[in-house]
Design a protein around this ligand. Structure first.
Ligand SMILES: Cc1cc2nc3c(=O)[nH]c(=O)nc-3n(C[C@H](O)[C@H](O)[C@H](O)COP(=O)(O)O)c2cc1C
Ligand SMILES: Nc1ncnc2c1ncn2[C@@H]1O[C@H](COP(=O)(O)OP(=O)(O)OP(=O)(O)O)[C@@H](O)[C@H]1O
Length: 143
């Protein structure tokens, strides 16, 4: 039973997320997803959707066997429970594959790290683009 772990913010869901999670799921027999905590997101703007609602949306997806909120202290903490065989990174996730694998080995984790380089270019293929589109529309309507 190959257990795959994917992670992310998943602010405003879109087909790119579905592509990413379905691709991750196809790499094993079950897919766990760690939803990033509001307090842990420092590499980009705070998400619009609160973590508990982001978790609910991810939990409902067909490709996802189990979704959980990540730790607010140590990103490796949830791995002691999940113990994944494969950790999947998305095309634009900031972790370096080799560095992450070294960090995992230092902590006794066996998981291999793989990146899904492909990205889906649907019209609004990132949460950031959805937000920008809303802002654009708001400005148009209020000019
Ligand atoms: C192995 C691994 C473990 C992670 N554990 C956590 C965690 O416990 N808590 C958390 O808030 N985020 C966790 N993350 C998510 C990262 O903090 C980061 O938000 C995410 O990978 C960035 O994805 P995004 O920019 O696509 O949203 C983890 C990521 C990885 C790769
Ligand atoms: N269009 C896409 N195609 C493939 N993977 C995607 C796409 N959009 C997001 N992902 C992947 O989904 C995971 C979660 O991404 P994230 O929550 O950062 O969404 P996002 O739409 O990229 O948000 P943002 O615009 O804030 O970066 C990441 O691994 C990311 O690479």
């Amino acid at each position: 039973m190959i257990r795959v772990l994917a992670t992310g913010t998943f602010d405003l869901l879109h087909p790119g997320h579905i592509f990413f999670l379905s691709s991750a799921r196809a790499m094993g027999d079950e897919l766990y997803v760690l939803v990033a905590r509001d307090s842990m997101i420092r590499h980009k703007a705070k998400p619009i959707v609160p973590e508990i609602q982001r978790l609910e949306m991810i939990s409902s997806l067909k490709a996802v066997d189990k979704a959980m909120l990540g730790s607010e202290k140590d990103i490796f903490e949830p791995l002691y429970e999940i113990d994944p065989d494969i950790i999947v990174l998305g095309h634009d996730q900031f972790f370096d594959v080799e560095e992450l694998e070294n960090s995992l080995r230092e902590r006794g984790f066996k998981a291999t790290v793989m990146r899904i380089d492909e990205s889906m270019k649907c019209p609004l293929y990132s949460s950031g683009r959805i937000i920008n589109k809303i802002l654009e529309r708001y400005c148009e309507n209020n000019d």
